[in-house]
Structure formats: C-alpha cells, structure tokens
Ligand binder design. Structure first.
Ligand code: M6R
Length: 609
C-alpha cells in the first residue's frame, strides 16, 4: 500500500508533490520518490530510501522544478527496500509511472518484455507496468490508450499515474482496485490516493471508479469507464479540515493520541445520546428500517479494529443478537453459508483497508439487510460503500498504532448493542443503566491515564524481554489481544494473548521465571476463575503484571506486581482496561528507543491485500 500524488499545474509543482507525500506517508515509509518534466522537456527524478524527510533533504540539496509531475511513498511488496525499487519507475528515459497495488502477473510480463529487449533496473512488479505502457506507445497508441491497453493486460489490484516527457501538461491516471481521486481546480488538475494530499491545492475532487482511465490535460479531464465510454464522475467538495495534526507538547503522536482519548470519546458521544437513550439516527437516517430487519450481525475488520469487533460480540450477544466476527482477509476468500437478516458491520479507522473493503463487497454479494461502518475518516471508501455510518470523532490518528480510534470504535459499538437491545426485549431501564455508565467514560479514561507514571516504572522490566504473554477472560480476552498487538507493533517484543482458561491446554509450557505474564483483571463474573488461572502461572514461577480492580483482592507480592484500576461498571470495563495496556507498550517502546509513531515494516493504512 503506497501513496500516489501527481499534478499538472501552472507553476512549479515540486512543493505540492512533497507536501502530498508528507500527507500520504501513513500509507508507507520504506522509500519515496518524485519525478517532474523539466523546462527542457526531460524527466528529472529523485528517490531516497526511508521516510519522506530523506527525500526532502535530497531535494533541498538538488531541487527539481517542473509543472507536471508525480510522486510516490512506498510500502514494499515486491522487491526489497532500496533506491532502485523506489518509484517513480522510468522507461526509456521518457515515460514515468507510479503505482499503488499489486500486479499479480508481473513475472510473465517481465519475461516477455525481456524477450522484447527491455532492461529492468528494479525487482518490483511495477516496472513491468511502465514497460508495458511504453511498448504500446511504440506500437503507435496514444498515452491514454496505451494505459487502457496495459490495464487490460494486468491481473491484480492497482491504481497508477503516468506522465510522458514529450507531453508536459498531460497526466494519465487509472484505477483498478485501490482508491484514486482526481483533484479539480480552475486551471490545474491533481491526482492522489486520498483527499488529504489534495487539500493544499483544492477541495473539489472526483472519485475514479474501477476500470476508469482519466486523461488530464491542464484543467480539463476526460474520464473513460472500463468499457472505454466517456463518463462523468460527480465532483464532490471536501469538508475535511486541511490542517495536518500537530504534536504539541507531546513526544510522540501515539502518546498524544492516548491522552486524547477522554476528548475523543466525549466528541464521539456528542449528539448521540438524549437523556438516558441512544439516538438511533446516530447510525444514519435508514437505521430504524435496517435495524428492524436485522436478525444477526456479521462484523468484519482487521488488526485493532478486529479486536474492537471481538469486544462488541460480547455486548451484542449479551442483548440477544447473534454475532460473528471475521478477519477480513480470511472472510473475503472463504465460502460462506448466507444467513438471512444479516447486518454487516465493518470497523476501520482509515476506511481504506483493502481487505475490509473486499470482504464488505463479498458480504454484500451474499445478501445483507444493510451495511454499517464504524469509521474515523468521513471521506473514505468504506463510508462511501456503506448504507449506515457511525463516525468516531477522534480527529486524525497519526501514530501507526491505533489507540483513540479503538476506544472510540468500541464506544460506538456499545451504542449499537443498546439500539439493537430494544428489539430483543431489553427494557428502557437496561439502556438507561448502560447509558449512565457510558457518560462516565471520559472521566474513567482520565483516571486510567493517571496511572502513567506507575506504568512507566513497570515498563522497565519488559525492555530486555523477548517474549510476553497477555491474559484476559470474556470481553477482556480481546483487550489482552490488543495489548499484545500494541507491544509487538511498537516494541518488537513477541507477545501472545490467550484466554486465561486456555493456558493449561498448552501455552503454560512457555511459562518460567523469564516469562512476563500481563493480565487484565476487572471485578466481573469471571474474576475468581481468572485468579485460579493466575495461580497456575505463579506455580510455574511465572512473573505476573496485573491491572486489577481494587475489589478483586489481587495485591502485589514478591512475584506479582499489581496496579489498581479505579472501579468501573463491567459494561464499560473493556474500554477502560485498554488504556493501561496502551501505556505499557508505549513506555516499553520509549525505553527501547524504537520509532514509536512509525514502527519498522508497517504503515498506518493497509491499502493492498
Ligand atoms: O484502518 P483500519 O482500522 O481498517 O486498519 C486495520 C489495521 O490495519 C490496524 O488496526 C492495525 O492493526 C493497527 N496498526 C494496529 O495498531
């Protein structure tokens, strides 16, 4: 999943392209590159390994200038992280191309292109695309027709943009899978993987559909659909804030975003509650009709968002709504038995996760009563593809490790469970009780954040560990999974989560005095069961680190460190117990000195499968 930005401008475009890359860096930061057509009608390119700031440094030393250009930030799929594998790729010194996605038949194409005498300079799948366009140009096709012919020969999922040195002022873009937007201004045109990259130049944009090829010449843009017929795509006006997120007094975005959680949740709740009821309209104007027809819920998501779904399953099934939760990358390729009355719910911070989008498409193909998305980005693909939308109002989340959007998505899913509970015989007293607890969330989150100093001290123990186990039971098992994911993601410590009752079925063999075992222990119906599981760990000389309710009876002793979490109702406990685990992973990463906001090998938004 890479980020593409391109422009045909009246004046120099290199500043716009660089700013676009900064805004798209969440899609990948293995390497970055830019190409422009200079005043003499030649391609000038710069590429660097690492983050966009490396490219910025290179361009300060050797600036590029031109009114037409392309840029790219890469998350490596085919071919290692190197300057030669960085985009833009160039063929014959005249044709430059950037691509986001995967070309599945690249090996066969590479073979036939080599036979045709073309030389390769990279190991990427993308280089075959620029060569293929070039071959079609050689055969007399016009640039846009050459791109169309190439698209028809490619298997896979990709979005691309191409410029030719002989045609300054022209850019051709195409989409077959990952999103690609056209930015429209009075005298100029732009292309980008998302709206953020366009905002410094324009708010007006069109969304290319699958199979579209857009032929941009200055301010004019002709789009042809997959059948080659001219089409008009709606011009939207973005209402998204153009400002990038600021770090303020914090050391990292992750830390800032953890501390923003009380505000993110209270903003997410604003106008969603009336007295002691949840407003059904919070999910969209069609919510009543779709929820009336809902017999079960199918939740689809990836990573942290998947964990939010697993927590939601407990809430939904508690109120009598059958619920399945699926990892999107598995669901999309599995055969399913369709179930009548299914509401499909996707959860996604970005709204652009390729697997989740594809899984939603598959669920719709099976037949659903409606599609609801819980999302943090209003102008995103999943929002466009859904009938109902619950927006989390977190503001931009910059840290690759999701924090505030996880907590806010869970809050939205708890509201969903309440709205559906009305249709399953739960009375208004039940809803009123839970709504009352939900209103305490911002304060309870503040109280959990106040544990930071004690957690920072606890983190010392973890910094030289290679492994850790995380335990939880019931709705807190997904919280343990999330804690383990956070630790893996930003401190590169191998961490596994288990339902505490499952330890004795195998994982207990891993436990010895070197294995730290973290557990979340709210004072719920399973607390005594959990305590027995913790004793099993102690009996094997395991070292316990517990986040526990004071009423649990769990106290620190020689082999057990307990940090008490202020008491909370079990309805909201999973949301609150998330915070200490986020802080633990953050402080371990601080001690280890890893790149907290941009951990190695990852990207904020995963737009390839
Ligand atoms: O944007 P999404 O919520 O769809 O992203 C899904 C996952 O890629 C994401 O949650 C990932 O697991 C996070 N980096 C975890 O912190």
């Amino acid at each position: 999943m890479c980020g593409i930005v391109g422009a045909v401008r009246e004046s120099d475009t290199s500043g716009f392209l660089l700013e676009g890359l900064r805004r798209l860096e969440y899609r990948g930061y293995d390497s970055a590159g830019v190409v422009v057509i200079n005043q003499s009608g030649r391609l000038e390119r710069a590429r660097t390994v690492g983050k966009v700031k490396e490219l910025e440094r290179a361009l300060t030393q050797t600036p590029l200038a031109g009114t037409t250009g392309l840029a790219h930030t890469r998350w490596a799929t085919h071919g290692g992280v190197s300057e030669t594998n960085a985009h833009p790729h160039i063929c014959n010194g005249t044709l430059a191309l950037v691509c986001n996605g995967i070309v599945e038949n690249h090996e066969a194409l590479r073979h036939s292109q080599q036979e045709a005498g073309l030389a390769f300079t990279s190991q990427t799948d993308t280089e075959v695309v620029v060569h293929q366009v070039y071959l079609h140009l050689q055969n007399g096709l016009d640039l846009a027709d050459a791109v169309r012919a190439t698209m028809d020969e490619l298997a896979g999922s990709f979005a691309l943009a191409v410029v030719h040195a002989g045609e300054p002022g022209r850019l051709v873009a195409a989409r077959q899978g990952p999103p690609l937007l056209l930015g429209r201004a009075e005298k100029e045109s732009f292309v980008a993987s998302d709206i953020n990259a366009l905002l410094p130049a324009t708010r007006r944009y069109q969304v290319l559909e699958n199979g579209d090829v857009a032929d941009i010449r200055g301010a004019s843009c002709a789009i042809k659909d997959s059948g080659g017929s001219p089409v008009e795509r709606v011009i939207h006006t973005s209402t998204q804030s153009g400002a990038g997120a600021e770090l303020g007094e914090h050391r990292h975005f992750m830390q800032k975003e953890i501390h923003e959680q009380p505000r993110a949740v209270s903003d997410t709740l604003e106008d969603r509650l009336l007295g002691d009821r949840v407003l059904e309209d919070a999910f969209g104007s069609e919510a009543g009709r779709i929820f009336d027809a809902t017999r079960q819920v199918l939740i689809i998501a990836c990573g942290t968002s998947y964990h939010a779904g697993l927590v939601a399953r407990h809430w939904l099934e508690y109120v009598g709504v059958p619920c399945e939760v699926e990892v999107a990358s598995e669901y999309r390729y599995r055969r399913h038995a369709a179930r009548e009355g299914t509401l499909v719910v996707t959860i996604s911070q970005s709204g652009e996760t390729a697997d989740t989008l594809a899984a939603l498409e598959e669920a719709k193909r099976q037949g659903v009563v409606g599609a609801l998305v819980v999302c943090n980005v209003a102008e995103s693909s999943l929002v466009r593809e859904s009938d109902l939308v619950f927006m989390t109002h977190c503001g931009p989340e910059v840290g690759v490790a999701s924090t505030k959007t996880f907590v806010s998505a869970m809050t939205g899913l708890l509201l969903l469970a309440l709205v559906l509970s009305r249709r399953h015989g739960f009375d208004s007293g039940f809803e009123a009780h839970v709504v009352h607890q939900i209103r305490t969330l911002p304060g309870a989150l503040e109280a959990a954040l106040a544990m930071e100093d004690a957690i920072a001290e606890m983190a010392q123990v973890f910094s030289d560990k290679e492994h850790a186990l995380f335990l939880g039971r019931g709705a807190h098992f997904p919280i343990a999974m999330e804690g383990a994911l956070k630790l893996k993601e930003i401190s590169y410590i191998h961490a596994e989560a288990y339902p505490a009752g499952e330890l004795k079925h195998g994982p207990l063999a891993l436990v010895d005095e070197k294995m730290p075992v973290v557990a979340v222990a709210p004072n719920d119906l399973l607390i005594e069961k959990l305590k027995s599981n913790l004793e099993e760990v102690r009996a094997r000389r395991g070292r316990l680190y517990l986040f526990a309710d004071p009423a649990s009876g769990l106290e620190s002793r020689e082999d057990v460190t307990v940090l008490h979490v202020a008491p909370v109702d079990s309805a909201i406990a999973p949301i609150i117990y998330t915070v200490p685990l986020q802080l633990l992973s953050y402080h371990v990463a601080l001690i280890k000195g890893t790149d907290v906001d941009k951990p190695r090998n990852l990207a904020k938004s995963v737009t390839v499968e």
